[in-house]
Design a protein around this ligand. Sequence first.
Ligand SMILES: [Zn+2]
Length: 491
Amino acid sequence: MNEVFRQCVATALSILLIILPWYPARAESQAAPAAEPAKLTLHQYLQKPYEDLFQVASSLNFSASEVEQERQALKRGEDSCRSRFKEHAKTYSRQLDAARKQLKESGTTLADEPRRELHCKIQNLEMLRSEADVLSGHAIPTAYDNLGAKLDLIQQWPAQQRQALADLESGAYQNRRWADVKDIGFREIAAGQKDDIKRGKEAVDELKQVGMLPPELDSKPIQDYVRSVAERIARNSDLKVPLRVSVLQSREINAFALPGGYIYVERGLLEAADDESQLAGVIAHELAHDTARHSAKMMKRATIASIFYQAAQVAAILLTGGIAGIGMYYALQYGFYGLGLVLDLKLLGVSRDYELEADQLGVQYAWKAGYDTSGFIRFFDKIASKQGYVNGVSWFRTHPPFYERMVQTQREIMFMPKQSERIVQTSEFLKMKDDLAPLAAKAEKEDVGKPSLLMTREEGCKPPPKLEYTPGQPIEKLCAMPLYDESGETQ
Ligand SMILES: [Zn+2]
Protein backbone atom coordinates (compact mmCIF):
# COMPACT_ATOMS: atom_id res chain seq x y z
CA MET A 1 0.00 0.00 0.00
CA ASN A 2 2.71 2.33 1.11
CA GLU A 3 4.83 1.18 -1.80
CA VAL A 4 2.04 1.85 -4.26
CA PHE A 5 1.65 5.32 -2.86
CA ARG A 6 5.36 5.92 -3.13
CA GLN A 7 5.31 4.87 -6.76
CA CYS A 8 2.42 7.25 -7.43
CA VAL A 9 4.44 10.04 -5.89
CA ALA A 10 7.44 9.03 -7.95
CA THR A 11 5.36 9.11 -11.11
CA ALA A 12 3.92 12.48 -10.19
CA LEU A 13 7.42 13.75 -9.59
CA SER A 14 8.69 12.57 -12.90
CA ILE A 15 5.83 14.41 -14.58
CA LEU A 16 6.78 17.48 -12.59
CA LEU A 17 10.33 17.23 -13.86
CA ILE A 18 9.18 17.61 -17.40
CA ILE A 19 7.11 20.65 -16.57
CA LEU A 20 9.61 22.39 -14.34
CA PRO A 21 12.04 23.77 -16.90
CA TRP A 22 9.45 26.23 -18.14
CA TYR A 23 7.94 26.95 -14.82
CA PRO A 24 10.46 29.19 -13.06
CA ALA A 25 10.53 31.66 -15.91
CA ARG A 26 7.84 33.58 -14.07
CA ALA A 27 10.32 34.44 -11.36
CA GLU A 28 11.94 36.72 -13.91
CA SER A 29 9.18 39.31 -13.73
CA GLN A 30 9.56 41.06 -10.42
CA ALA A 31 6.61 43.40 -10.90
CA ALA A 32 3.45 42.53 -9.04
CA PRO A 33 0.94 40.73 -11.23
CA ALA A 34 -2.35 42.42 -11.99
CA ALA A 35 -4.68 42.25 -9.03
CA GLU A 36 -6.81 39.16 -9.22
CA PRO A 37 -9.60 38.41 -6.82
CA ALA A 38 -8.68 35.81 -4.24
CA LYS A 39 -9.92 32.54 -5.59
CA LEU A 40 -9.01 30.55 -2.56
CA THR A 41 -9.49 30.90 1.15
CA LEU A 42 -6.55 32.17 3.13
CA HIS A 43 -6.01 28.70 4.53
CA GLN A 44 -5.93 27.26 1.03
CA TYR A 45 -3.24 29.75 0.03
CA LEU A 46 -1.08 28.41 2.86
CA GLN A 47 -0.88 25.11 1.00
CA LYS A 48 0.76 26.84 -1.97
CA PRO A 49 4.53 26.86 -2.56
CA TYR A 50 6.59 29.82 -1.35
CA GLU A 51 7.52 30.59 -4.92
CA ASP A 52 3.86 31.04 -5.91
CA LEU A 53 3.12 33.11 -2.83
CA PHE A 54 5.99 35.49 -3.61
CA GLN A 55 4.30 36.06 -6.96
CA VAL A 56 0.70 36.53 -5.83
CA ALA A 57 1.03 38.01 -2.33
CA SER A 58 0.72 41.62 -3.45
CA SER A 59 -2.44 40.88 -5.39
CA LEU A 60 -4.22 39.29 -2.44
CA ASN A 61 -6.48 41.44 -0.36
CA PHE A 62 -7.04 39.67 2.91
CA SER A 63 -7.86 42.03 5.75
CA ALA A 64 -5.78 42.25 8.90
CA SER A 65 -8.55 40.60 10.87
CA GLU A 66 -8.78 37.70 8.41
CA VAL A 67 -5.04 37.15 8.78
CA GLU A 68 -5.33 37.37 12.56
CA GLN A 69 -8.18 34.86 12.56
CA GLU A 70 -6.13 32.46 10.50
CA ARG A 71 -3.19 32.90 12.84
CA GLN A 72 -5.41 32.03 15.79
CA ALA A 73 -6.79 29.03 13.91
CA LEU A 74 -3.25 27.78 13.24
CA LYS A 75 -2.39 28.21 16.90
CA ARG A 76 -5.46 26.25 17.97
CA GLY A 77 -4.73 23.59 15.37
CA GLU A 78 -1.15 23.18 16.54
CA ASP A 79 -2.13 23.06 20.21
CA SER A 80 -4.82 20.47 19.73
CA CYS A 81 -2.71 18.37 17.37
CA ARG A 82 0.26 18.37 19.73
CA SER A 83 -1.77 17.61 22.82
CA ARG A 84 -3.51 14.82 20.98
CA PHE A 85 -0.22 13.09 20.29
CA LYS A 86 1.02 13.86 23.79
CA GLU A 87 -2.08 12.07 25.07
CA HIS A 88 -1.36 9.18 22.71
CA ALA A 89 2.14 8.93 24.15
CA LYS A 90 0.73 8.86 27.68
CA THR A 91 -1.72 6.13 26.75
CA TYR A 92 1.11 4.06 25.30
CA SER A 93 3.15 4.65 28.46
CA ARG A 94 0.31 3.33 30.61
CA GLN A 95 -0.10 0.30 28.38
CA LEU A 96 3.64 -0.28 28.52
CA ASP A 97 3.62 -0.19 32.30
CA ALA A 98 0.77 -2.69 32.36
CA ALA A 99 2.51 -5.03 29.91
CA ARG A 100 5.78 -4.91 31.83
CA LYS A 101 3.95 -5.58 35.06
CA GLN A 102 2.24 -8.55 33.49
CA LEU A 103 5.59 -9.88 32.28
CA LYS A 104 7.16 -9.48 35.68
CA GLU A 105 4.28 -11.06 37.56
CA SER A 106 4.12 -14.06 35.31
CA GLY A 107 7.74 -14.82 36.18
CA THR A 108 9.11 -18.15 35.02
CA THR A 109 5.72 -19.81 34.63
CA LEU A 110 4.98 -18.19 31.28
CA ALA A 111 5.31 -20.44 28.22
CA ASP A 112 7.56 -19.38 25.37
CA GLU A 113 4.88 -18.29 22.93
CA PRO A 114 2.86 -15.97 25.22
CA ARG A 115 6.16 -14.59 26.51
CA ARG A 116 7.23 -13.80 22.99
CA GLU A 117 3.88 -12.14 22.34
CA LEU A 118 4.32 -10.00 25.39
CA HIS A 119 7.82 -9.01 24.24
CA CYS A 120 6.39 -8.02 20.88
CA LYS A 121 3.67 -6.00 22.55
CA ILE A 122 6.20 -4.09 24.65
CA GLN A 123 8.44 -3.51 21.66
CA ASN A 124 5.58 -2.21 19.52
CA LEU A 125 4.28 0.04 22.26
CA GLU A 126 7.75 1.54 22.70
CA MET A 127 7.87 2.24 19.02
CA LEU A 128 4.45 3.86 18.99
CA ARG A 129 5.25 5.93 22.03
CA SER A 130 8.48 7.30 20.60
CA GLU A 131 6.79 8.07 17.30
CA ALA A 132 4.04 9.95 19.12
CA ASP A 133 6.70 11.85 21.08
CA VAL A 134 8.57 12.81 17.95
CA LEU A 135 5.38 13.95 16.25
CA SER A 136 4.21 16.11 19.14
CA GLY A 137 7.64 17.48 19.96
CA HIS A 138 9.11 18.04 16.51
CA ALA A 139 7.17 17.16 13.44
CA ILE A 140 3.91 18.95 14.21
CA PRO A 141 5.54 22.21 15.37
CA THR A 142 7.68 22.18 12.21
CA ALA A 143 4.63 21.77 10.01
CA TYR A 144 2.84 24.64 11.72
CA ASP A 145 5.96 26.85 11.63
CA ASN A 146 5.91 26.40 7.91
CA LEU A 147 2.24 27.38 7.60
CA GLY A 148 2.84 30.37 9.89
CA ALA A 149 5.72 31.50 7.68
CA LYS A 150 3.44 31.41 4.63
CA LEU A 151 0.89 33.50 6.47
CA ASP A 152 3.63 36.02 7.35
CA LEU A 153 4.61 36.05 3.72
CA ILE A 154 1.09 36.86 2.53
CA GLN A 155 0.88 39.63 5.10
CA GLN A 156 4.35 41.16 4.97
CA TRP A 157 5.91 40.39 1.60
CA PRO A 158 4.00 43.05 -0.40
CA ALA A 159 5.58 45.85 1.65
CA GLN A 160 8.99 44.17 1.63
CA GLN A 161 8.77 43.59 -2.08
CA ARG A 162 8.04 47.28 -2.66
CA GLN A 163 11.03 48.17 -0.51
CA ALA A 164 13.27 45.75 -2.40
CA LEU A 165 12.13 47.18 -5.73
CA ALA A 166 12.79 50.70 -4.44
CA ASP A 167 16.28 49.62 -3.31
CA LEU A 168 16.91 48.22 -6.76
CA GLU A 169 15.73 51.44 -8.36
CA SER A 170 17.83 53.71 -6.14
CA GLY A 171 20.89 51.49 -6.09
CA ALA A 172 20.67 51.13 -2.29
CA TYR A 173 20.81 47.34 -2.71
CA GLN A 174 24.50 47.74 -3.46
CA ASN A 175 25.08 48.71 0.15
CA ARG A 176 24.11 45.30 1.50
CA ARG A 177 26.73 42.90 2.83
CA TRP A 178 28.46 40.87 0.10
CA ALA A 179 26.94 43.00 -2.62
CA ASP A 180 30.15 42.63 -4.66
CA VAL A 181 28.89 39.61 -6.60
CA LYS A 182 30.90 40.50 -9.68
CA ASP A 183 34.03 39.78 -7.63
CA ILE A 184 33.06 36.30 -6.47
CA GLY A 185 36.25 34.28 -6.28
CA PHE A 186 38.38 37.36 -5.68
CA ARG A 187 36.94 38.43 -2.34
CA GLU A 188 37.65 37.05 1.08
CA ILE A 189 34.60 36.00 3.04
CA ALA A 190 36.72 34.75 5.93
CA ALA A 191 40.48 34.64 6.14
CA GLY A 192 42.36 31.39 6.67
CA GLN A 193 40.25 28.78 4.86
CA LYS A 194 43.26 26.54 4.45
CA ASP A 195 43.59 26.24 8.23
CA ASP A 196 40.35 24.25 8.13
CA ILE A 197 41.65 21.46 5.91
CA LYS A 198 43.40 19.67 8.77
CA ARG A 199 40.39 20.00 11.07
CA GLY A 200 38.10 18.67 8.39
CA LYS A 201 40.37 15.73 7.66
CA GLU A 202 40.64 14.85 11.33
CA ALA A 203 36.89 15.00 11.71
CA VAL A 204 36.31 12.74 8.72
CA ASP A 205 38.85 10.18 9.99
CA GLU A 206 37.39 10.17 13.45
CA LEU A 207 33.81 9.89 12.25
CA LYS A 208 34.78 6.96 10.05
CA GLN A 209 36.60 5.28 12.90
CA VAL A 210 33.61 5.35 15.20
CA GLY A 211 31.29 4.25 12.40
CA MET A 212 29.28 7.42 12.31
CA LEU A 213 29.76 8.29 8.71
CA PRO A 214 27.48 6.22 6.49
CA PRO A 215 29.31 4.35 3.73
CA GLU A 216 29.79 5.90 0.33
CA LEU A 217 27.18 5.17 -2.29
CA ASP A 218 28.58 2.47 -4.51
CA SER A 219 28.13 4.09 -7.89
CA LYS A 220 30.90 5.84 -9.74
CA PRO A 221 28.58 7.58 -12.24
CA ILE A 222 26.50 9.09 -9.43
CA GLN A 223 29.56 10.12 -7.42
CA ASP A 224 31.06 11.67 -10.56
CA TYR A 225 27.86 13.50 -11.41
CA VAL A 226 27.38 15.04 -7.96
CA ARG A 227 31.07 15.95 -7.86
CA SER A 228 30.77 17.70 -11.21
CA VAL A 229 27.82 19.78 -9.99
CA ALA A 230 29.70 20.68 -6.80
CA GLU A 231 32.86 21.51 -8.75
CA ARG A 232 30.94 23.78 -11.04
CA ILE A 233 29.63 25.67 -8.02
CA ALA A 234 33.01 25.67 -6.27
CA ARG A 235 34.66 27.20 -9.34
CA ASN A 236 32.10 29.98 -9.12
CA SER A 237 32.41 30.53 -5.39
CA ASP A 238 34.83 32.00 -2.88
CA LEU A 239 36.17 28.59 -1.92
CA LYS A 240 39.96 28.56 -1.83
CA VAL A 241 40.65 25.01 -0.71
CA PRO A 242 40.38 21.78 -2.69
CA LEU A 243 36.85 20.42 -2.85
CA ARG A 244 36.07 16.88 -1.71
CA VAL A 245 32.62 15.58 -2.47
CA SER A 246 31.05 12.34 -1.43
CA VAL A 247 27.59 10.83 -1.79
CA LEU A 248 26.64 8.73 1.21
CA GLN A 249 24.44 5.67 1.28
CA SER A 250 21.77 6.99 3.59
CA ARG A 251 18.06 7.57 3.15
CA GLU A 252 18.21 10.86 4.96
CA ILE A 253 17.34 14.02 3.04
CA ASN A 254 20.47 15.78 4.00
CA ALA A 255 23.70 17.40 2.91
CA PHE A 256 26.39 18.84 5.09
CA ALA A 257 29.77 20.48 4.92
CA LEU A 258 32.73 19.74 7.10
CA PRO A 259 35.44 22.39 7.38
CA GLY A 260 38.08 22.58 4.69
CA GLY A 261 35.99 21.80 1.61
CA TYR A 262 34.38 18.48 2.53
CA ILE A 263 30.85 18.27 1.15
CA TYR A 264 28.62 15.29 1.90
CA VAL A 265 25.38 14.63 0.08
CA GLU A 266 23.15 11.85 1.31
CA ARG A 267 21.27 9.58 -1.06
CA GLY A 268 17.89 10.70 0.29
CA LEU A 269 18.57 14.23 -0.85
CA LEU A 270 19.23 13.09 -4.40
CA GLU A 271 15.98 11.14 -4.29
CA ALA A 272 14.07 14.17 -3.02
CA ALA A 273 15.44 16.73 -5.48
CA ASP A 274 13.44 17.29 -8.67
CA ASP A 275 15.99 19.05 -10.79
CA GLU A 276 19.62 20.09 -10.90
CA SER A 277 18.98 23.66 -9.77
CA GLN A 278 17.53 22.33 -6.49
CA LEU A 279 20.56 20.12 -5.88
CA ALA A 280 22.84 23.02 -6.80
CA GLY A 281 21.04 25.32 -4.37
CA VAL A 282 21.64 22.96 -1.46
CA ILE A 283 25.28 22.31 -2.36
CA ALA A 284 25.90 26.05 -2.78
CA HIS A 285 24.45 26.68 0.67
CA GLU A 286 26.68 24.05 2.25
CA LEU A 287 29.72 25.29 0.41
CA ALA A 288 29.03 28.79 1.72
CA HIS A 289 29.35 27.49 5.29
CA ASP A 290 32.89 26.53 4.33
CA THR A 291 33.84 29.72 2.52
CA ALA A 292 32.63 31.75 5.50
CA ARG A 293 34.38 29.36 7.91
CA HIS A 294 31.33 29.12 10.12
CA SER A 295 32.38 26.00 11.95
CA ALA A 296 35.82 27.38 12.77
CA LYS A 297 34.19 30.49 14.14
CA MET A 298 31.79 28.52 16.24
CA MET A 299 33.95 25.82 17.66
CA LYS A 300 36.91 26.85 19.64
CA ARG A 301 37.32 23.80 21.83
CA ALA A 302 35.00 20.97 20.89
CA THR A 303 36.11 18.66 18.15
CA ILE A 304 33.74 18.06 15.32
CA ALA A 305 33.51 14.37 16.07
CA SER A 306 32.47 15.05 19.63
CA ILE A 307 29.69 17.28 18.38
CA PHE A 308 28.60 14.63 15.92
CA TYR A 309 28.56 12.13 18.73
CA GLN A 310 26.44 14.35 20.93
CA ALA A 311 24.14 14.97 18.02
CA ALA A 312 23.76 11.27 17.39
CA GLN A 313 23.01 10.66 21.03
CA VAL A 314 20.30 13.27 20.94
CA ALA A 315 18.85 11.56 17.90
CA ALA A 316 18.94 8.19 19.61
CA ILE A 317 17.36 9.55 22.76
CA LEU A 318 14.59 11.16 20.78
CA LEU A 319 13.78 7.82 19.31
CA THR A 320 14.16 5.41 22.13
CA GLY A 321 13.84 7.36 25.30
CA GLY A 322 17.48 6.59 25.84
CA ILE A 323 18.09 2.92 25.20
CA ALA A 324 21.81 2.53 25.34
CA GLY A 325 24.16 0.24 23.52
CA ILE A 326 22.70 0.38 20.06
CA GLY A 327 24.98 0.86 17.10
CA MET A 328 24.96 4.55 16.43
CA TYR A 329 25.06 4.05 12.73
CA TYR A 330 21.84 2.10 12.79
CA ALA A 331 20.33 4.67 15.05
CA LEU A 332 21.06 7.25 12.42
CA GLN A 333 19.90 5.12 9.55
CA TYR A 334 16.63 4.15 11.08
CA GLY A 335 15.72 7.11 13.13
CA PHE A 336 13.26 9.60 11.78
CA TYR A 337 15.93 12.01 12.77
CA GLY A 338 19.41 11.37 11.70
CA LEU A 339 22.51 13.29 12.20
CA GLY A 340 21.36 16.21 10.17
CA LEU A 341 18.65 17.26 12.56
CA VAL A 342 21.13 18.41 15.10
CA LEU A 343 24.10 18.69 12.83
CA ASP A 344 23.16 21.93 11.18
CA LEU A 345 21.98 23.31 14.49
CA LYS A 346 24.97 22.34 16.54
CA LEU A 347 27.78 22.30 14.08
CA LEU A 348 26.98 24.95 11.59
CA GLY A 349 23.70 26.67 11.85
CA VAL A 350 23.09 27.36 15.48
CA SER A 351 23.76 30.96 14.77
CA ARG A 352 20.95 32.68 12.97
CA ASP A 353 23.39 35.00 11.27
CA TYR A 354 25.54 32.18 9.91
CA GLU A 355 22.54 30.42 8.44
CA LEU A 356 21.29 33.57 6.76
CA GLU A 357 24.79 34.27 5.48
CA ALA A 358 25.01 30.78 3.99
CA ASP A 359 21.61 31.30 2.35
CA GLN A 360 22.78 34.58 0.83
CA LEU A 361 26.14 33.35 -0.39
CA GLY A 362 24.53 30.14 -1.61
CA VAL A 363 22.20 32.11 -3.87
CA GLN A 364 25.18 34.04 -5.20
CA TYR A 365 27.23 30.92 -5.96
CA ALA A 366 24.31 29.18 -7.65
CA TRP A 367 23.71 32.33 -9.69
CA LYS A 368 27.37 32.66 -10.70
CA ALA A 369 27.43 28.99 -11.69
CA GLY A 370 24.52 29.66 -14.03
CA TYR A 371 21.76 27.94 -12.08
CA ASP A 372 18.20 29.06 -11.61
CA THR A 373 18.49 30.57 -8.15
CA SER A 374 14.90 29.76 -7.22
CA GLY A 375 15.91 26.08 -7.09
CA PHE A 376 16.93 26.61 -3.49
CA ILE A 377 13.50 27.99 -2.54
CA ARG A 378 11.69 25.24 -4.38
CA PHE A 379 13.71 22.56 -2.63
CA PHE A 380 13.32 24.20 0.76
CA ASP A 381 9.58 24.41 0.21
CA LYS A 382 9.32 20.87 -0.92
CA ILE A 383 11.11 19.55 2.12
CA ALA A 384 9.27 21.81 4.54
CA SER A 385 5.83 21.26 3.08
CA LYS A 386 5.86 17.81 1.64
CA GLN A 387 8.53 15.70 3.26
CA GLY A 388 9.72 17.52 6.26
CA TYR A 389 7.34 16.77 9.06
CA VAL A 390 8.98 13.56 9.98
CA ASN A 391 10.99 11.88 7.34
CA GLY A 392 13.33 14.53 6.14
CA VAL A 393 13.32 17.06 8.84
CA SER A 394 17.06 17.34 8.97
CA TRP A 395 18.39 19.61 6.32
CA PHE A 396 16.19 22.65 6.59
CA ARG A 397 15.27 22.76 10.24
CA THR A 398 17.57 25.49 11.38
CA HIS A 399 17.34 28.40 13.68
CA PRO A 400 16.25 31.41 11.68
CA PRO A 401 12.49 31.15 11.19
CA PHE A 402 11.29 29.92 7.82
CA TYR A 403 9.87 33.29 6.91
CA GLU A 404 13.08 35.16 7.53
CA ARG A 405 15.08 32.68 5.48
CA MET A 406 12.68 32.63 2.57
CA VAL A 407 12.29 36.41 2.38
CA GLN A 408 15.99 37.07 2.67
CA THR A 409 16.67 34.52 -0.05
CA GLN A 410 14.00 35.97 -2.33
CA ARG A 411 15.40 39.49 -1.87
CA GLU A 412 18.89 38.26 -2.72
CA ILE A 413 17.51 36.61 -5.85
CA MET A 414 15.94 39.93 -6.84
CA PHE A 415 19.28 41.71 -6.36
CA MET A 416 21.25 39.33 -8.60
CA PRO A 417 22.05 40.65 -12.08
CA LYS A 418 19.75 39.02 -14.62
CA GLN A 419 20.98 36.01 -16.52
CA SER A 420 20.07 35.28 -20.09
CA GLU A 421 19.92 31.55 -19.50
CA ARG A 422 19.56 29.64 -16.29
CA ILE A 423 19.98 25.95 -15.75
CA VAL A 424 16.99 24.27 -14.19
CA GLN A 425 17.21 20.74 -15.47
CA THR A 426 19.86 18.70 -17.21
CA SER A 427 19.89 15.32 -18.89
CA GLU A 428 22.75 14.35 -16.54
CA PHE A 429 20.49 14.93 -13.56
CA LEU A 430 17.77 12.77 -15.10
CA LYS A 431 20.29 10.05 -15.82
CA MET A 432 21.49 10.21 -12.22
CA LYS A 433 17.89 9.72 -11.08
CA ASP A 434 17.56 6.69 -13.35
CA ASP A 435 20.80 5.23 -11.99
CA LEU A 436 19.78 5.96 -8.44
CA ALA A 437 16.32 4.40 -8.43
CA PRO A 438 17.40 0.74 -8.48
CA LEU A 439 20.25 1.41 -6.02
CA ALA A 440 17.88 3.08 -3.60
CA ALA A 441 15.33 0.30 -3.94
CA LYS A 442 18.02 -2.29 -3.30
CA ALA A 443 19.34 -0.43 -0.25
CA GLU A 444 15.85 -0.08 1.20
CA LYS A 445 15.24 -3.76 0.68
CA GLU A 446 18.50 -4.74 2.36
CA ASP A 447 17.75 -2.36 5.19
CA VAL A 448 14.60 -4.28 6.04
CA GLY A 449 16.58 -7.24 7.29
CA LYS A 450 19.14 -5.22 9.21
CA PRO A 451 18.84 -4.69 12.92
CA SER A 452 17.06 -1.47 13.49
CA LEU A 453 17.04 0.77 16.46
CA LEU A 454 13.61 -0.21 17.62
CA MET A 455 13.32 -3.75 16.41
CA THR A 456 16.49 -5.48 17.44
CA ARG A 457 15.37 -7.38 20.46
CA GLU A 458 12.48 -9.65 19.57
CA GLU A 459 12.62 -10.86 15.98
CA GLY A 460 9.60 -11.44 13.81
CA CYS A 461 7.05 -9.29 15.61
CA LYS A 462 4.41 -7.82 13.38
CA PRO A 463 5.16 -4.09 13.49
CA PRO A 464 2.39 -1.61 14.33
CA PRO A 465 1.29 0.96 11.76
CA LYS A 466 3.86 3.72 11.53
CA LEU A 467 2.65 7.01 12.94
CA GLU A 468 4.11 9.15 10.28
CA TYR A 469 3.37 11.84 7.87
CA THR A 470 2.62 10.89 4.26
CA PRO A 471 4.32 13.19 1.75
CA GLY A 472 1.98 15.75 0.29
CA GLN A 473 -0.69 15.41 2.95
CA PRO A 474 -1.95 18.50 4.77
CA ILE A 475 -0.92 18.41 8.42
CA GLU A 476 -4.59 18.30 9.48
CA LYS A 477 -4.79 14.78 8.14
CA LEU A 478 -1.98 13.64 10.36
CA CYS A 479 -3.61 15.36 13.31
CA ALA A 480 -6.82 13.41 12.71
CA MET A 481 -5.06 10.06 12.63
CA PRO A 482 -6.63 7.55 15.03
CA LEU A 483 -4.94 6.09 18.07
CA TYR A 484 -3.66 2.66 17.14
CA ASP A 485 -2.98 -0.13 19.55
CA GLU A 486 0.13 -2.23 19.25
CA SER A 487 -1.50 -4.72 16.92
CA GLY A 488 -2.64 -2.02 14.51
CA GLU A 489 -6.29 -1.86 15.59
CA THR A 490 -7.75 1.55 16.23
CA GLN A 491 -8.56 2.16 19.87
ZN1 LIG B 1 23.12 25.62 6.78
